[in-house]
Design a protein around this ligand. Structure first.
Ligand SMILES: Cc1ncc(COP(=O)(O)O)c(C=O)c1O
Length: 345
């Protein structure tokens, strides 16, 4: 059975055009910087985000980890959202591999970290204290509903960081969704950041890979650390070729995913037993709860949905996140709404 897969935008398989580009990619040994396709992708990523340089990395998790390892020394502290991917879902890499301590600050419901909370978390100079080195933002903020952070907010955090001699890193796994949703350029959104990680393998549909961007000096150090972590790849132009299509074409179509997420949310609001979050979706993620009266739990519904050909991933026993992407068309949206109707009856 061909499933409608709403578990994440990470499930996207490459398009036929990507597969063709991958088959025909010119390659070389990228550890020697000899792969022309990777070099082109890195130049394109840096230019698109308005930064000096970029590096291709195997995953978003590795991109974020490398950024933290470049910004921080062992024993330093990083201010992160308490609902951020870096804090919750990256296997504690910063502490295990970098000796870096997380200082979690509450994510507000709009995905932001309150400026006062950040200020209160910056350590004073004291022999007892770790040194606060970095602030991390996540845009879009996944767990807060796939909500985009504004360029104005990011500018304020950038200023706060500079005033306090901190650096700013953005986990921009879905930064292009954030830009499209707000009709601003991605350059403007990340302008205040010292480094940005973004993923090619989510809404941008490439099979593998993320980019880390920053100053030339930062990226030179990142290249060293990527090698240390075993992330130096060889003829990886076969993969980068898909990433070039991600940047040139897939960034231009994300509004389709957002429109379909909205259609899905509107349809699901009519299904008795489902309570779609107010304001959802903000981008390509629909978050919803099961009403208290419903006797079924999310795991039971997940099983029924699978039988109807729709894959969904429960967040917990009463909550779902549904993610639209390139392979979710209008028919899939309709089928999902009717599958939920049947599953709840
Ligand atoms: C916000 C965010 N940051 C980082 C990542 C990590 O990306 P990867 O799965 O490529 O390691 C993810 C993955 O889902 C994510 O949602």
């Amino acid at each position: 059975m061909e499933y409608i897969d709403l578990r994440s935008d990470t499930v996207t398989k490459p398009t036929p055009e990507m597969r063709e580009a991958m088959a025909e990619a010119e390659v070389g040994d990228d550890v020697y910087r000899d792969d022309p396709t990777v070099n082109k992708l890195e130049e394109l990523a840096a230019e698109t985000l308005g930064k000096e340089a970029a590096i291709f990395v195997p995953s978003g998790t590795m991109g974020n980890l490398i950024a933290l390892l470049v910004h921080c020394q062992r024993g330093d502290e990083v201010i992160v959202g308490n609902r951020s991917h870096i804090y919750l879902n990256e296997a504690g890499g910063m502490s295990a591999l970098g000796g870096i301590q997380a200082c979690p600050v509450q994510n507000q419901s709009d995905g932001t970290l309150a400026l006062d909370d950040i200020l209160a978390s910056i350590r004073t100079e004291d022999v007892h204290h770790p040194i606060t080195r970095l602030v991390c933002l996540e845009n879009t903020q996944n767990i807060c509903g796939g909500v985009p952070l504004t360029s104005e907010y990011t500018r304020q955090i950038g200023e706060l960081a500079r005033r306090n001699r901190l650096s700013l890193h953005i986990d921009g796994a879905r930064i292009f969704n954030a830009a499209v949703a707000q009709n601003v350029s991605v350059k403007e959104l990340v302008e205040p950041a010292d480094s940005v990680m973004f993923c090619l393998s989510k809404g941008l549909v490439a099979p593998i890979g993320s980019m880390l961007v920053g100053t030339s000096k930062f990226i030179a150090r990142a290249r060293h650390i990527r090698k240390m972590l075993g992330g130096g790849m060889r003829q990886v132009g076969v993969v980068a070729a898909a990433g070039i299509i991600s940047l040139e074409k897939m960034t231009k179509r994300l509004s389709d995913d957002h429109a379909r997420a909205k259609e899905m949310a509107d349809g699901l609001r009519q299904v008795e037993g489902l309570v779609v979050d107010a304001g959802s979706p903000h981008t390509n993620m629909v978050y919803l709860n099961l009403s208290e009266r419903l006797p079924l739990d999310a795991h039971q519904i997940t099983g029924k949905m699978r039988d109807f050909g729709v894959l969904v991933d429960p967040e917990n026993a009463r909550r779902f996140r549904l993610v639209t992407h390139y392979w979710i068309d209008d028919a899939a949206v309709e089928k999902t709404i009717s599958a939920f109707q049947r599953a709840l009856n």
